[in-house]
Design a protein around this ligand. Structure first.
Ligand SMILES: *[C@@H]1O[C@H](CO)[C@@H](O)[C@H](O)[C@H]1NC(C)=O
Ligand SMILES: *[C@@H]1O[C@H](CO)[C@@H](O)[C@H](O)[C@H]1NC(C)=O
Ligand SMILES: *[C@@H]1O[C@H](CO)[C@@H](O)[C@H](O)[C@H]1NC(C)=O
Ligand SMILES: *[C@@H]1O[C@H](CO)[C@@H](O)[C@H](O)[C@H]1NC(C)=O
Length: 343
């Protein structure tokens, strides 16, 4: 596996500074196979299109067609594809980019009312007024080794593009791993609106691990009503508010690294800041607070940690490989985004 090679290379280059060496140690450093809620949950591991036919697509029409239906199918995406409409993925599908340059443009991905979906190794960029990946009313989803970006600046503002990975409407058992999420305002919203509180409450179990957030504004992620286990992510220049747990949401936060211009690492105070959106008031929107618990040590990098209440989500109820804190930055740098795994 190519990623094993990469990790070994990482180890060799790290070995001057660290006592770790050899692939036995490598195996203990991080998992690049499925891990977290999309694997360990009451309905079984996410398998996507495993066991189904394999198809290669390189244009929009073929791609839109290939992801339809319930039968398991593995869809390999080649090159750049501008979609005339959103890509609505059916049940039991793997959608996998080939090589370094599989790239979805113009319209993003919709995962709605389905189960058992894998999306890996794709670039997804600049979805004007829409989500890169939108997940509603769906279970067992693995979003891995993708790169999502648009633009981040005051002129662009929070509302030009919508979320990168937004998850709502009782979606459950999801893992978001090894993605490179950069140059974007509102990254990942979990739980959409107060009107969906009863629908969402107690669902939205999501694992975020080994993602690299760089030059983003808010929602890394922002969670409401659910449970998110957030470990071994690297945050660099996350300009307003990285992890936000509000409206009774619970987060378990461990082994993450925060760097650069990142003023707020973690906040459970319910105020939705004006730089987030939508806001009905220039002073921000008031929600009730969320909960946060801390597990393994984080490197906050001087950022604010504002935990107004601790919850009962103190431990993940599955096995996972926790990367030692000092190796999070180099491993995440090397491991995230496209072209890192042969899929
Ligand atoms: C597709 O997924 C559904 C729900 O996840 C499952 O019940 C069904 O057996 C799968 N279909 C096939 C043909 O395997
Ligand atoms: C959610 O998806 C299921 C199919 O899995 C569908 O039967 C149901 O109507 C959907 N619910 C909503 C609220 O959209
Ligand atoms: C998911 O549901 C939310 C809440 O209704 C909605 O705002 C969003 O557009 C939906 N996303 C998709 C991809 O359908
Ligand atoms: C932290 O929470 C307190 C409420 O307990 C609030 O007054 C304060 O503004 C919060 N700070 C940030 C940075 O959100």
């Amino acid at each position: 596996m190519r990623f094993t090679v990469l990790l070994n290379a990482a180890l060799v280059s790290l070995s001057a500074a660290s006592p770790l060496s050899g692939s036995a140690a490598t195996l203990g450093l991080a998992s690049w196979n499925l891990e977290g809620y999309a694997k360990d949950n009451p309905i079984g591991p996410t398998t996507g299109g495993e066991g189904g036919e394999t198809v290669y697509v390189s244009n929009a029409q073929d791609l839109l067609e290939a992801v339809k239906g319930d039968e398991p199918r593995i869809v390999y995406v080649k090159g750049e594809i501008s979609l005339p409409e959103r890509l609505r993925i059916g049940r039991n599908k793997s959608v996998l980019g080939v090589g370094w340059n599989a790239h979805i443009k113009q319209n993003g991905i919709t995962i709605n009312g389905v189960d058992n979906i894998i999306v890996r190794n794709l670039k997804i960029s600049k979805m004007v007024d829409a989500d890169g990946i939108g997940i509603n009313n769906s279970t067992r989803v693995w979003i891995d080794h993708n790169e999502l970006y648009s633009e981040f600046s005051e002129e662009v503002g929070p509302d030009t593009y919508d979320g990168q990975i937004d998850i709502s409407r009782a979606s459950d058992w999801i893992t978001i791993s090894w993605n490179y999420l950069h140059d974007h305002w509102k990254s990942s919203l979990v739980g959409n609106s107060d009107s969906l509180r009863d629908v969402d409450f107690g669902t939205l179990h999501i694992t975020y691990h080994h993602n690299y957030w760089r030059n983003c504004g808010t929602r890394g992620p922002a969670g409401r009503f659910g449970h998110q286990h957030i470990y071994n992510n690297l945050y660099e220049d996350f300009h307003f508010q990285a992890i936000h747990s509000r409206s009774d949401n619970q987060v378990l936060v461990e082994g993450n690294v925060f760097k650069g211009d990142t003023p707020i690492a973690l906040d459970t105070y319910g105020l939705v800041i004006p730089k987030d959106s939508p806001n009905t008031c220039v002073c921000g929107d008031e929600e009730i607070d969320g909960f946060a618990n801390l597990g393994a040590k984080n490197d906050w990098g001087g950022a604010i940690v504002n935990i107004t209440q601790e919850g009962d989500f103190t431990k993940a109820d599955y096995k996972f490989k926790l990367t030692p804190l000092s190796l999070v930055k180099p491993l995440v740098w090397l491991g995230v985004g496209v072209g890192k795994v042969w899929v």
